[in-house]
Design a protein around this ligand. Sequence first.
Ligand code: C5P
Length: 229
Amino acid sequence: MTRRVERLPVVTLDGPSGTGKGTLGLRLAAQLGWHFLDSGALYRVVGLLAKRRGVDLNDGAALSRLAATLPVEFQTGASDTEIVVEGAVVTAAVRDEAAGEAASQVAAWPAVRTALVQRQHAFRRPPGLIADGRDMGTVIFPDAELKIFLTASPEIRAERRYKQLREKGFDVNLAQLLEDIRNRDERDFRRAVAPLKPAPDAEILDTTQLGIAEVEARVLRLMRTRGLA
Ligand code: C5P
C-alpha cells in the first residue's frame, strides 16, 4: 500500500521567494486537479506560533516540538487557500513579511525540518502533487517525476512581492523588500541543512523575463514530455 502511494506523481517547484513558485503551483494544481503543498506556509506557521507563544527562535528543541504537533489546516477554496490554526483563519498573518523572516529563521533548525517531513509526505495523494518550496526536489521528494528550479533576479523578485503584497492590502516598501529578500536568500542558500540549491536532475527556469503564463506553458510542456499531463 505504502509503495503504491509513494509512486504517485510529484512535480517539485523549488527556488527563492518571488520567483513565482506559489502562483505557478496553484495554477498547475487547479488545471490538473492535483494537490498542492505550500511547504513555506508550514515554516511560516511554526514561526508565527513561536512568536505568539513566546518560544525563542534560538531554541531549536522547543521549535521542533512545536513543529511536530503543528495545529494547522489548509482549507482550499475556489481562489485561495485559507490557513487555519486552532480554528482561527491566520492566512494574512502567515503571508506577511514578518512571518517570512521568522520562517527563514526556524527553517535553519535541522530538528524543525525533520519534524515536518511526514506532514509534507502526507500531501502526496491521488491523482498527484505539485510541491512548492526550497528542498522539495532535493530532500522531501527526491524521487519526483519532474523537478523545476525557478530563478529570477532579486530586483524583479522584490517587485513581484511588492505588487502581490500591495494587492493583498499590505503596506510595504520596495527597498525594504529587496533587502529582506537578499537577507533571506543569504540564509536559505548558506544554511547547513537542506540549503536552497537545485537537485542535480532539476530543470532550471529563469523567470526574470517571463510572465506567469509562459512559465506555466513551459512546465506543462515538460510534464507532457514525461507523460504527466
Ligand atoms: O516560500 P516562503 O516564502 O513561504 O518560505 C518562507 C521561508 O521558509 C523561506 O525563506 C525558507 O527559509 C523556508 N522554507 C524552507 N523550506 C521549504 C519552504 C520554505 O526552508 N521547503
